[in-house]
Ligand binder design. Sequence first.
Ligand code: A3P
Length: 307
Amino acid sequence: MTSIIQTSKGLGFSPYYKYQNFWYPEHLLPHTLDMQATFKAQPSDIILATMMKSGTTWLKAIIFSVVKRHQYTSAQKKHPLLDSNSHDCFPFLHSIYEKNNQNQLDFMPSPRLLAVHMPFSHLPASIAESGCKLVYLCRNPKDAFVSLRHYLDKIKPIGSEMTPVDEAFDLFCQGVFPFGPIWDQMLEYRRESIKSPDKVLFLKYEDLKEDLAENIIKLAEFLSCPFSAEEVKRGVVEEIIQLCDFETMKNVKANQEGEHGAFVRFKNSAFFRKGKIGDWKDHITPDMAKRMDKIIEQKLHGSGLVF
Ligand code: A3P
């Protein structure tokens, strides 16, 4: 832990540590480092890396339904996504390590679906070495900030206090964000997706919202399980869209009543709030928005990435 050079108040109720230029929530750093040192990726693995609050719950459901579509169809009442939370079908690697459940990795059917929030440069070396597929998802930083604040407020342990919003926003502008600065996280994955388009797919929440069918088709091709013309005609893509729709997912009993988490336990319903683009307008002032826009413009300049 000698490379931890800074600690900061977090954006919610617990502090973050800066480790090799990225901010980690206190409770996740040891598990992430353990996983980084010991996780052995397989060539068939599918790794989903996401910016926190960028739609991970949604994209996990989409990838699960695409990859497992020959096993389950939404017409069957037994589809796992109608019976459980997508984080249970598609776990985070850091959660597996947090619960000391590494044995689970040996028994997962291929392709193993595993998720992380960490930056590309911190991924276990075996991920790049194995040549497995990596999907990255990000979102407009202003919406991610607002979504994160609501989420942390919902899941905070009784008696803990949230960092006041102005202070949290100042920290965010300085790059403090779980597994961020988010601009550095986005740029790392962006660069890799350009360098190795067959290995890294870069997605934005806003693009999924705009044309989900097109993105599902692209995703299936990237994951080497393209839809046949017959499947498209049969409406399989539309079925997946419906199964993963915000209202459908939000109303699944396991997503309303089930619980999640090891460090703090909270209701799965915390993963579903509004699911909209631009909700930041109702929560941060125009001056705050201008300040963030300027930072994002400077940081992403020349990358081709815009929000
Ligand atoms: P909001 O807080 O803006 O509503 P994550 O899954 O990475 O934690 O991201 C959570 C965000 O994704 C929340 O955004 C949540 O409402 C939204 N979300 C969850 N399920 C969704 C779905 N099926 N479709 C669209 N957005 C979804």
